[in-house]
Ligand binder design. Structure first.
Ligand SMILES: Nc1ncnc2c1ncn2[C@@H]1O[C@H](COP(=O)(O)OP(=O)(O)OP(=O)(O)O)[C@@H](O)[C@H]1O
Length: 473
């Protein structure tokens, strides 16, 4: 790559970022590259860091085609990105999510298209990070994204942990340009003559965000010309304050952390101020469910918890439950399945249907692996998308005699609350087909019994197109 002329703020920002956050770029970086200005600038800035410092810095870029735009637009993004990557001497890879997959997964999991796209994107990035043996995933979020997010959060109501907006570093995800404005990135990209595509965001909050960006921020900026920088500074203060809160929460409310549950004393928990209780639950969520980015609104009702006297589930959040059992408070994360096709061990076809044997793994901090189990699927499940997810309260399952609520089945079988949240549910199309670890799931299993099922022929034809999973929420 030609030595870059500009020594703009963008380059400095990258070095400052690495120092401040103690990042060792030599571990290697995978750039999440959409072909838009932000991630193209990120690629240029990281390449420049590599070349300027003569550092051994493995740098790759990954483009995820979500298949949400027209084929022409996608190819245009891709060829622009390839040209930009060539100019920066960065190898670029591409993953194509099969057509309609995102929409299907969004509707099956009751989430928005953008959330499904993000999930698919992060899954792809994680897979490639491992494949290329790199240390970090770099995202192109900017100061503008941070400011918009902070403004939205502020008016929607939240505490310091929400107010600091987008985290500059979480796990192995880094955001080196979070303190640089989009305008500066635009200048850099144009100065270098790098091709880029126009942002074509699909985000659910797109309209709101656009109005904030185009209408509200210009008005505010007239009164507070250095607003963006100031909010960036506020974000830093909020993060520092949050760190102190966090430390205090850990000190006041010590949890004993098990593999898949955490416990503390009821009086200890409730004698701490509400802000610390909330903080303490949030840190459990981050610990057990590291991918979970949604701030659970249920925390608003934490103060109500103290009114409970009985042993009961006190709080059912996104991805966890909090239960009181005598003097103990028990936090149980629900299952999060980072399960991908590779976890399907074998799929056989017998003469009467298909038997699939799965291995599944729990969220990354959960026990490494569940047991392999077998389950029978009928002809009708062919071609349908399979999802593993955690249960929903409304789940019911088809039985020979009609349909039965999962909740009732569990109650009859004496399955404890703890276990209920940890037993994955297999959804085939729109239906709950089975519950893992128990074979009372599917009608044919019920009707015929698994043992009687025709012996599978190893290597038989795959009848299930692919398997997808997601967080059931
Ligand atoms: N198609 C893509 N392929 C690879 N990376 C992408 C793609 N789209 C977005 N990214 C990465 O994600 C960053 C954020 O993009 P964008 O703001 O559109 O997503 P978002 O959904 O708002 O972000 P987040 O994932 O943090 O919620 C981009 O700067 C880029 O690094």
């Amino acid at each position: 790559m030609e030595p870059l002329k500009s020594s703009s703020k963008v380059y400095r920002a990258v070095s400052v970022y690495f120092k401040r956050w103690n990042i060792d770029p030599a571990k290697g970086i995978l750039i999440a590259a959409s072909g838009g200005i932000d991630s193209t600038a990120l690629m240029a800035a990281l390449a420049r860091y590599r070349d300027f410092n003569k550092k051994e810095l493995p740098l790759h870029a990954l483009y995820v085609n979500h298949n949400l735009r027209t084929g022409e637009e996608i190819e245009e993004d891709w060829s622009g990105l390839r040209a930009a990557a060539r100019l920066c001497s960065v190898p670029v890879h591409r993953i194509d999510v099969p057509e309609n997959d995102i929409a299907r997964s969004a509707s099956a999991l009751h989430e928005g298209v953008e959330a499904a796209a993000r999930r698919a994107r992060y899954e792809a990035l994680d897979v490639w990070l491992n494949r290329l043996n790199l240390g970090y995933i770099a995202l192109g979020h900017t100061l503008d994204d941070l400011v918009e997010t902070m403004i939205m959060r502020f008016f929607q109501g939240c505490g310091v942990s929400g107010l600091h907006g987008i985290p500059p570093l979480r796990g192995n995800r880094i955001r080196p340009l979070l303190e640089v404005s989009k305008a500066e990135l635009g200048e850099l990209v144009r100065e270098l003559g790098l091709p880029f595509s126009e942002d074509s965001s699909n985000r659910e909050d797109w309209y709101l965000r656009n109005r904030i960006r185009n209408e509200l921020i210009p008005v505010l900026a007239r009164e507070f010309p250095s607003m963006a920088g100031s909010l960036g500074k506020s974000a830093r203060f909020f993060r520092q304050e949050e760190a102190v809160l966090q430390e205090e929460a850990l000190r006041r409310i010590p949890w004993s952390l098990g593999k898949n549950r955490a416990e503390t004393d009821v009086p200890v928990f409730f004698s701490a101020p509400e802000a610390l209780r909330v903080r303490s639950l949030l840190s459990l969520i981050h610990y057990y469910l590291p991918g979970s980015s949604r701030v659970p609104r249920d925390f608003l009702s934490v103060k109500e918890l103290s009114y409970y006297r009985k042993n009961a589930v006190l709080l059912r959040g996104h991805g966890f439950t909090l239960r009181k059992e005598d003097a103990r408070l028990i936090f149980v994360p629900s299952v999060v399945f980072p399960v991908k096709t590779r976890y399907v061990k074998r799929i056989f076809r017998g003469s009467d249907g298909t038997i699939a044997e799965f291995r599944y793994s729990w969220g990354s901090r959960m026990p490494a692996e569940g047991h392999g189990t077998a389950l029978a699927l009928t002809e009708s499940s062919r071609g349908k998308t399979l999802f593993l997810r955690s249960r929903r309260l409304s789940d019911s399952i088809r039985t020979p005699g009609g349909s039965k609520r999962l909740k009732d089945i569990y109650r009859e079988l004496g399955v404890s609350e703890d276990s209920r949240d940890k037993i994955p549910v297999l959804q085939v199309g729109d239906e709950v087909a089975a519950v893992f670890g128990s074979l009372f799931g599917y009608r044919d299993v019920l009707a015929e019994g698994y043992q009687d099922f025709p012996a599978p022929q190893a290597g038989d034809v795959l009848s299930i197109q692919r398997m997808e999973t997601g967080i059931g929420r």
